[in-house]
Design a binder for this molecule. Structure first.
Ligand SMILES: [Zn+2]
Length: 241
């Protein structure tokens, strides 16, 4: 699970979400030399269900829809013939989602980060190595949403709009903040998603088949060294445990 691929901002709060281009390239290089196979989420799911997933399979994901995903990440993905899935928030401009989680100490840092324009989203799709998934309409905190209609709108409307924008089926979803309950899993299913990722840290086993609407992820921090990255790829988590 990545967010941004860009240089850090001195003394900024969210540098964990900023993996530098140099670190990202080191990580891709390592994955590639280790023999990992890169898949989009749709590809990963299809092979997994068919029992044809190679032992070393990885799906790189980016949350939110930052412009650097196109400018900095895509050229590196192409260099290593890698693929990725980007979970795009439909209303991503001038939207300060950091405030929804922690209202205090927020200074609009994430709101000021440039987001992908619609044309840029289309350019990513045209590259042939990017799948676009949904991250809701507004980056809503589903845990605080009690309105059933609004919940379905966040899930369904975002899927419809992203399908129109990309001309591709949108089957993959990421729960904003990783906050969700059983009602959200059911709503994601009802909205037509075939797979959804959480922020529960870990690696789902090849067998038995996981719940494809509650997949675990490995958090990649902008503060990790390559060694820390390798440990996370092995354990799913930070550190050796
Ligand atoms: Zn997000």
């Amino acid at each position: 699970m990545y967010h941004m691929v860009r240089e850090h901002i001195p003394s900024a709060k969210f540098n964990k979400l900023r993996v530098t281009p140099r670190a990202f390239e080191q990580q891709l290089h390592w994955l590639s030399t280790q023999g990992f196979h890169f898949f989009t989420m749709q590809e990963l799911r299809a092979l997994w269900k068919a029992g044809q997933l190679p032992a070393k399979s990885v799906a790189i994901t980016f949350d939110d829809g930052y412009e650097d995903n196109l400018i900095n990440a895509l050229p590196l993905l192409q260099k290593y013939q890698a693929k990725a899935t980007i979970y795009v928030v439909v209303d991503r401009h001038d939207n300060d989602w950091a405030t929804y989680k922690k209202a205090h100490h927020n200074n609009g840092e994430l709101m000021r980060e440039p987001k992908l324009s619609d044309l840029q989203v289309q350019a990513l799709v045209d590259s042939g190595c990017i799948e676009i998934g949904s991250h809701t309409m507004t980056h809503v905190n589903l845990g605080k949403l009690n309105d059933e209609k609004l919940r379905l709108k966040e899930l369904t409307e975002s899927r419809t709009q992203l399908q129109q924008l990309t001309g591709q089926p949108v089957e993959s979803f990421a729960y904003p903040f990783g906050i969700y309950g059983q009602a959200d899993v059911e709503a994601a299913r009802a909205a037509g998603y075939q797979d959804a990722v959480t922020v529960a840290e870990g690696i789902d086993p090849a067998h038995p088949l996981p719940d494809f609407l509650q997949l675990k992820r490995i958090k990649i921090s902008g503060k990790d060294t390559l060694l820390a990255f390798r440990i996370r790829l092995r354990t799913g988590k930070r550190g050796w445990k």
